[in-house]
Ligand binder design. Structure first.
Ligand code: PXP
Length: 239
């Protein structure tokens, strides 16, 4: 296993803050701890309904902390404009619906979506690395490549949900096969969603894995052991 980067999603720091609409817990402080504890990127999902991360979180982390920012967003004109203004280092395009509690699976891709291709092109032109959140499905991966994406983030939801069940080995195998294709297409390989301290190991060991994006399990653990320990423990597990 090479060096697998860890992207720490701090959405749920903002979820707690939004529960009171106060200043704490502060995402800038969280970002500082992430970077100083072995996190390689700070990940934020700016949702269209702004249920957790706000535009000001992105702005403040960008301007007040030194480090890589990875923005998850829907491929819509509003978000494209924000990304082009705030210049995160990388963007992951995700499907988004207002009723979902969390992202539901990868983007539906057929390689012919002109709108999506245009968003990818505009972000790339601005020097932002673009990944697409995709299910471990060869058709979706090839379509993302054809649309101009630099990287694929494999959706690990099904694998995570199958943990401890018979299906788990099959889901892991699908991720590994999909990962192989991503590398064959000379794209960066990312994975995430639903990963925790128990199920992360086999995904981190998939050949060619470049980066894992993890949020909920790290922020939950931070409640009891602190963010510094929660991040460094996860980092150690994926090395
Ligand atoms: N990757 C993507 C594309 C996501 O949308 C999310 C959730 O925002 C994550 C990773 C992190 O998922 P989790 O919070 O379950 O670790």
């Amino acid at each position: 296993m090479g060096h697998v980067k860890l992207g720490v999603n701090i959405d749920h720091v903002a979820t707690l803050r939004e529960a009171r609409k106060e200043k704490n817990p502060d995402t800038v402080e969280a970002a500082r701890v992430v970077y100083s504890s072995g996190g390689d990127l700070v990940v934020m999902h700016l949702r269209q309904d702004r249920r957790h991360i706000q535009d000001s979180d992105l702005e403040r982390v960008r301007h007040e902390v030194k480090g890589l920012i990875h923005l998850e967003m829907a491929a819509v004109p509003e978000m494209e404009k924000i990304a082009l203004r705030l210049r995160p280092d990388s963007v992951c395009l995700v499907p988004e619906s207002s009723k979902e509690v969390t992202t539901q699976g990868g983007m539906k891709l057929d390689g012919k979506q002109a709108d999506l291709a245009r968003v990818i092109k505009n972000l790339s032109k601005a020097g932002i690395e673009v990944s697409v959140f995709a299910d471990p499905d060869p058709k979706a991966i090839r379509a993302a490549r054809n649309l101009g994406a630099d990287a694929i983030e494999l959706c690990t939801t099904k694998y995570s949900e199958s943990w401890g069940k018979k299906l788990q080995a099959e889901e892991l195998e699908q991720l590994a096969v999909a990962g192989h294709l991503v590398k064959e297409l000379e794209m960066e390989l990312h994975a995430g969603h639903g990963l925790d301290y128990y199920n992360v190991g086999p995904v981190a060991r998939i050949e060619g894995m470049d980066c894992l994006n993890i949020g909920y399990s790290i922020i939950s653990r931070a409640m009891f052991v602190g963010l510094k320990t929660a991040v460094s423990e996860m980092k150690r597990l994926i090395q």
